[in-house]
Design a binder for this molecule. Structure first.
Ligand SMILES: NC(=O)c1ccc[n+]([C@@H]2O[C@H](COP(=O)([O-])OP(=O)(O)OC[C@H]3O[C@@H](n4cnc5c(N)ncnc54)[C@H](OP(=O)(O)O)[C@@H]3O)[C@@H](O)[C@H]2O)c1
Length: 339
């Protein structure tokens, strides 16, 4: 039977971000993509453990193929009477092969998660380009295409309907660049309230971050620790390691914490919402604890702002279309949408 642990962290102490709807999203969440290293049951168990020690924000996605397992945990938690549905912030994401089937796909996710409604539902990637989970990093699908705004907006209209239907409270995007976001903000009736994107000390995406904040879109940061144990298909020789950076190590030493914890502190103090993954209680507890204790100093924050290495880890190469030159084409590096 689910029980809140006696030594849990008080969720009321955890900061939050107010979205355009007025809803309050806890400023740190638990990731649930196990990078092929953990079973669905282990991840569901981690969700249960994390909620029992004070997490109230869980980042899910249909493509992680574990929503039904996590749903069993949510059901157990709600049945325990210890925590109500409204006390949790549950996010999920629409996978690329379901852009033309938004409403049914969202209903399936809600049924799998056994949660009645979603607090946030995101379009996982701004492309319909599909690859099978776990496929080879260089695999290209001949049906893949560059970003098509009309197609994206057709999907977005269905996302807006989910809000009108009461299935979803807030809708958002993931891995959207500035030129794409400009068009979406121009044409959306319900504007994206969040953009989930890669954010860690070695990949700060300052221009995009500032643009989002200016437009009331809250940045959610994935891979906040630099995803040290991501799958090999997402590793290249040029990648740098955030938790080995001397500036991060120095702050970790001062505070007597793991460098991962410094990355989480930096993220929340900067203003994004990190969603670190871990199945280990010691780790996920210290990640949550990190945001309510011992802040980084002004100098440490400034020093970390200077260690950006523009090192994108999740390059997305499996979503490339046949004529694309390289993974850079997904990210509109010259400020225009790559055709
Ligand atoms: N929207 C998207 O397209 C997208 C893309 C990628 C990820 N995400 C989401 O973002 C979440 C987080 O990203 P991620 O899992 O790739 O990377 P991450 O959170 O940066 O790194 C996770 C790894 O860091 C280590 N770790 C965590 N806390 C630690 C601590 N306190 N001390 C020491 N080590 C610690 C763990 O390694 P060990 O297990 O070895 O201990 C863990 O596996 C995912 O789970 C997923 O929910 C979304």
């Amino acid at each position: 039977m689910f029980k809140i642990k006696k030594d849990s962290i008080d969720p009321k102490q955890v900061p939050f971000k107010v979205l355009t709807s007025g809803d309050k999203m806890p400023a740190v969440g638990l990731g649930t993509f196990g990078s092929d290293r953990f079973t669905h049951e282990e991840i569901a168990e981690a969700v249960k453990g994390a909620i029992s020690i004070g997490y109230r924000h869980i980042d899910c996605a249909a493509v992680y193929e574990n929503e039904a397992h996590i749903g069993n945990v949510f059901e157990e938690i709600f049945n325990s009477g210890e925590i109500k549905r409204k006390d949790l912030w549950i996010n999920s994401k629409l996978w690329n092969d379901q852009h033309e089937n938004v409403i049914e796909t969202c209903k399936k996710t809600i049924a799998d998660l056994k949660c009645d409604y979603l607090d946030t539902y995101l379009v996982h990637w701004p492309f319909r380009n599909y690859h099978s989970p776990g496929c080879d990093g260089d695999a290209r699908n001949p049906d893949s295409k560059p970003y098509n705004h009309d197609e994206f907006m057709a999907t977005w209209r269905e996302m807006e309907k989910l809000v009108e239907m009461g299935l979803v409270r807030n809708i958002g995007t993931s891995s959207v660049t500035i030129p794409k976001m400009k068009l979406i903000l121009r044409d959306a009736t319900i504007k994206p309230s969040v953009n989930e994107m890669e954010l860690h000390p070695h990949f700060q995406q300052r221009e995009l971050y500032d643009f989002l904040v200016k437009n009331n879109v809250v940045p959610i940061g994935f891979c906040p620790i630099g995803s040290p144990t991501r799958p090999d298909r997402d590793k290249t020789d040029d990648d740098t390691v955030d938790i080995e950076d001397p500036i991060i190590l120095r702050a970790a030493k001062r505070l007597g914490v793991h460098p991962a914890v410094v990355c989480i502190k930096w993220a929340v103090q900067r203003g994004q919402v990190p969603i670190p993954f871990s199945v280990k209680e010691l780790e996920y507890r210290s990640n949550l604890q990190s945001v309510i204790s011992d802040p980084l100093t002004k100098e440490e924050m400034e020093d970390i702002s200077n260690i950006n290495k523009n090192c994108r880890l999740i390059k997305g190469q499996v979503f490339l279309w046949e004529s694309a030159k390289g993974w850079e084409d997904l990210w509109d590096l010259d400020g225009t949408i790559t055709k």
